[in-house]
Write a protein that binds this ligand. Structure first.
Ligand code: PLP
Length: 381
């Protein structure tokens, strides 16, 4: 199998599994228990927090562990919205966010908040002028993702942070596709809240975290015990937290070098596709992108059929977000970039990772060329 869907998930790194095993086998004490057996688990959680904080360039108490990126997004949006409700009810986000943000915004709208969804340009980048004009005295929160999971396009979070700071507005960024993958520490992005997830960086599924800058107003979403500084009730998943930290450190150590290697492979893949398959377009090509991701539209084919065709050849790619698989609707990200529903439905996402080698990329190009030719010969699209 050639796995080229690393934005959906990644395999567990063996070193991460080894770091987790002691807490699954023997060290299963409750971190909140007062005796030594519990203290050992507490120590493991706090060491993990410290290790992540060091990579993230922040203080350990600014890291809160959650169960996944989705929960981190929920905590950031709902937490700030609930805390700042007396001050205002306006939230600004973009049309291309992950469903974890979009659906939470829809739910908040139903609870009386007003949400502005900013459009993006043809390359998938949010317009800073539009964003600035959307802000009002009642704006309490801006949520703009760091990099898009379908196209890899990077949003200007640093500049947005400046606009937000000048006006005293909280800024959240979903960095699930960049934290530990790009060399820039998440604490240096300028946002007040940053979501990240373990399973995109060879850590365990069901692990995640939220950077919460000191003094950011936030009400907990899960109510119960006082774990995680009162921000997230519930007994900590010690093994997952230890695994998340190990994965984060390993990813951060090689982020610079791995980014360069993946960019070379991604460029080779795109050059191969564009030279061997007519009527193919790379979406977001002119924008800054995370180095492992490409999103390509093929005229007169259905992306889902391309994915299934490649699966028959043992190659895993996707049509977009893993969470949208099976959705009849075309990608909200690609249509926001101006693609027609038909063009959006003729698109696939290929995301490379640690195991990807030149021969995998070349095999994918050949399989894509064969599949697209075959599909076009029988196409009714
Ligand atoms: N945000 C983005 C940008 C993602 O790509 C994903 C996962 O695909 C998530 C959030 C959700 O993360 P998790 O699967 O850890 O809930």
């Amino acid at each position: 199998m050639i796995y080229l869907d690393h934005n959906a998930t990644t395999p567990l790194d063996r070193r991460v599994l080894e770091a987790m095993m002691p807490y699954l086998e023997n060290g299963w004490g409750n971190p909140s228990s007062p005796y030594r057996f519990g203290n050992r688990s507490r120590g493991a959680v706090e060491r993990a927090r410290g290790r992540i904080a060091e990579c993230a360039g922040c203080a350990p108490e600014e890291i809160v562990f959650t169960s996944c990126g989705t929960e981190s997004d929920n905590l950031a949006l709902r937490g700030v919205a609930l805390a700042l409700r007396p001050k205002g009810n306006h939230i600004v986000t973009t049309a291309i966010e992950h469903h974890a943000v979009l659906a939470t915004c829809r739910a908040l709208e139903a609870e009386g908040f007003r949400v502005t969804r900013l459009p993006v340009d043809a390359d998938g980048v949010v317009d800073l002028g539009r964003l600035e004009r959307a802000l009002s005295p009642g704006t309490i929160l801006i949520s703009v993702m760091h990099a898009n999971n379908e196209t890899g396009v990077i949003e200007p979070v640093g500049e947005i942070a400046r606009l937000a700071r000048e006006r005293g507005i909280c800024l959240h960024t979903d960095a699930v596709q960049t934290a530990g993958k790009l060399p820039q520490p998440i604490g240096a992005l300028g946002a007040d809240l940053v979501s990240f997830s373990g399973h995109k960086i060879y850590g365990p599924k069901g692990s995640g975290g939220l950077f919460i800058r000191r003094n950011t107003p936030l009400r907990p979403v899960l109510t119960g015990g006082l774990q995680e500084n009162g921000f997230r009730a519930g007994t900590e998943n010690v093994a997952a937290i230890v695994g998340l930290a190990e994965a984060y450190v390993l990813a951060a150590e090689t982020a610079r070098e791995e980014s360069g290697r993946l960019r070379g492979l991604r460029d080779r893949l795109e050059a191969g596709v564009l030279s061997s398959i007519p009527k193919a377009t790379v979406n977001g090509a002119a924008a800054g992108r995370i180095p492992n991701t490409t999103n390509i539209s093929f005229e007169s084919v259905d992306g889902e059929s391309v994915v299934l065709g490649l699966d028959l050849e043992g190659i895993c790619i996707s049509t977009g977000s893993a969470c949208s698989t099976g959705e009849p609707e075309p990608s909200h990200v690609l249509t926001a970039m101006g693609l027609s529903p038909k063009q959006a439905q003729g698109s696939v996402r290929i995301s490379l990772g640690k195991s990807t080698r030149e021969q995998d990329v070349d095999a994918a190009v050949e399989a894509l060329a064969r599949t697209v030719v075959r599909l076009r010969s029988i196409s009714s699209v």
